[in-house]
Design a protein around this ligand. Structure first.
Ligand code: GLU
Length: 382
C-alpha cells in the first residue's frame, strides 16, 4: 500500500507504542469533502492503512467517526450550514449507513472486521446501560473487531445528546479504559490565542491542566462540517484527563494523519493526566456507597487474590438491596471485609445463582447471564 506507512517504534511514537487501547476520533471536516459532501476516499484509505498497522501491533482500536449528517446532506441535497433537528436526524440516518460501510469496505481488505455502535450521552450516565456498553465494546475489542462509534443522532433529542463527538470519544475512552485518545481535527492542537485571529500566536505542545482561561479563550470552529470547535476538545480533554487517559489533538487533514504527527514532526498537543486510569478507577469504585454484601468461600477468596473475576459458584450468602452495577462489600469466611466491587447481578439474581456453576446460570435465571458476578476490572481488594 502507501509508501507513507506508519512505522511504530519508540523513537517516533512513544505514546502510541505504549498504549494498549486507543480511541481515535475522526472529525467530519477531515473525512468529508466540504463541497461535495462525499467521503474523501484517498484520505480514508491512508488512515485505515495506518489502522491496519496498529492492529498488526496488537493494539485495540476504536474509531469514533463523525460524518453521517454531512454525508446524508448530499443525498437530501441540503446545503444550509444549520439544519433543523428533523433534517439533521434524517441526514444522519441516511449518512450513517454510508459512513459505516466506507470503513467496513476498506478494512475488509486487511481482514479486519468492524461493528457499528451508536450511543447517546444518556447511555453512559445510566449505570446499567453503561455496563452493557462497556461489556459489548470490550467483547468486540477482545474479538479483534474495530468498533466504529457515532452518536445515535436519530434518537438523540437535546436533553440526551452529546451534540459533538469530541466528548463522546472521551466518554468512550473512559468506558473502555483506553490509554490514549487521539482527536484528528482540522487544527494541529492548542494555541495561546485563536490562531485564525492571531497568526503569530504560540503553539502549546504539552498541557498538564485545562484551565478556566483556556476554556474562555477557546474559539468556536469555523469549518462548515465540524460541530465542536476547540471548546468541546478542551471539554473532552478534561473528561479524559480526569479519567486517567492521555489525549492528543492533531491535524488530520493530510493523508496518513497518524504518521504525520507521530514521526513527521508536525505539531500536535498532548494533554497529560495526573494519574493512570487503573488507579483512578480503583479510587472511584472505593468511593461508591455499598448497597450490600457478598460472603465468599475460601476458594473464591483465593481466586480473587489471584486476579480472577468473582464467579457465582464462590458466593455462600448475599445481603442487601442492590441492583446490577451497584457497589457491594466482599466478605471472607472470617467475616472480614476483603474488598469492594460492582455487582454484575442484582440481589434477587444473586439469590438464584449463588453457589452455581457457570453452566447452570442460564437455567436458574431463565436467560443467558454473564459468567462473572464481579468482573476483575470492577473489583478492588483492600
Ligand atoms: N454525529 C454527527 C455526525 O456524524 C457529528 C457530530 C460531530 O461532528 O461532533 O454527523
Amino acid at each position: 500500500m502507501g509508501s507513507n506507512r506508519l512505522i511504530l517504534d519508540n523513537k517516533n511514537c512513544p505514546q502510541i507504542l505504549k498504549a494498549n487501547t486507543i480511541v481515535i476520533k475522526v472529525g467530519s471536516s477531515i473525512l468529508v469533502d466540504p463541497i461535495k459532501n462525499t467521503i474523501k476516499q484517498d484520505w480514508l484509505n491512508s488512515f485505515l492503512d495506518e489502522i491496519a498497522v496498529l492492529k498488526k501491533n496488537n493494539k485495540k482500536i476504536i474509531i469514533v467517526s463523525s460524518g453521517s449528517i454531512a454525508l446524508g446532506k448530499s443525498v437530501l441535497k441540503l446545503t444550509s450550514k444549520k439544519l433543523k433537528l428533523d433534517e439533521s436526524q434524517a441526514s444522519a440516518a441516511i449518512g450513517q449507513i454510508k459512513l459505516a460501510q466506507s470503513y467496513d469496505l476498506i478494512l475488509k481488505k486487511y481482514n479486519i472486521n468492524t461493528a457499528q455502535v451508536l450511543l447517546t450521552s444518556d447511555d453512559s450516565q445510566n449505570r446499567r446501560r453503561y455496563l452493557n456498553i462497556r461489556s459489548t465494546l470490550k467483547s468486540l475489542l477482545n474479538m479483534g473487531i474495530i468498533p466504529i462509534v457515532n452518536e445515535n443522532d436519530t434518537v438523540a433529542t437535546e436533553e440526551i445528546k452529546f451534540g459533538d463527538n469530541d466528548r463522546l470519544a472521551a466518554q468512550v475512552a473512559l468506558i473502555t479504559e483506553a490509554n490514549l485518545l487521539i482527536l484528528l481535527s482540522d487544527i494541529d492542537g492548542l494555541y495561546e490565542k485563536d490562531p485564525n485571529l492571531n497568526p503569530n500566536t504560540k503553539h502549546l505542545p504539552v498541557i498538564n491542566e485545562v484551565t478556566k482561561k483556556m476554556l474562555e479563550m477557546a474559539s468556536q470552529s469555523t469549518s462548515i462540517n465540524s460541530k465542536g470547535g476547540m471548546i468541546t476538545k478542551l471539554e473532552a480533554a478534561k473528561i479524559a484527563m480526569n479519567g486517567g487517559c492521555e489525549m492528543i489533538i492533531a491535524n488530520g487533514l493530510k493523508n496518513f494523519p497518524l504518521s504525520n504527527f507521530s514521526y513527521k514532526k508536525e505539531k500536535f498537543t498532548r494533554f497529560i493526566p495526573k494519574d493512570d486510569i487503573k488507579t483512578l478507577r480503583k479510587q472511584w469504585i472505593l468511593s461508591i456507597k455499598t448497597k450490600g454484601k457478598l460472603f465468599l468461600d475460601k476458594g473464591a477468596i483465593e481466586a480473587i487474590n489471584n486476579h480472577k473475576s468473582l464467579l457465582p459458584a464462590g458466593v455462600i450468602k448475599a445481603i442487601g438491596k442492590f441492583e446490577r452495577g451497584d457497589a457491594v462489600e466482599i466478605i471472607s469466611e472470617n467475616n472480614e471485609k476483603v474488598g469492594q466491587g460492582l455487582s454484575g447481578y442484582s440481589y434477587s439474581e444473586v439469590e438464584k445463582i449463588k453457589g452455581c456453576k457457570s453452566n447452570e446460570i442460564e437455567e436458574k435465571l431463565g436467560h443467558p447471564g454473564r459468567v462473572a458476578l464481579i468482573h476483575i476490572d470492577d473489583l478492588v481488594l483492600s
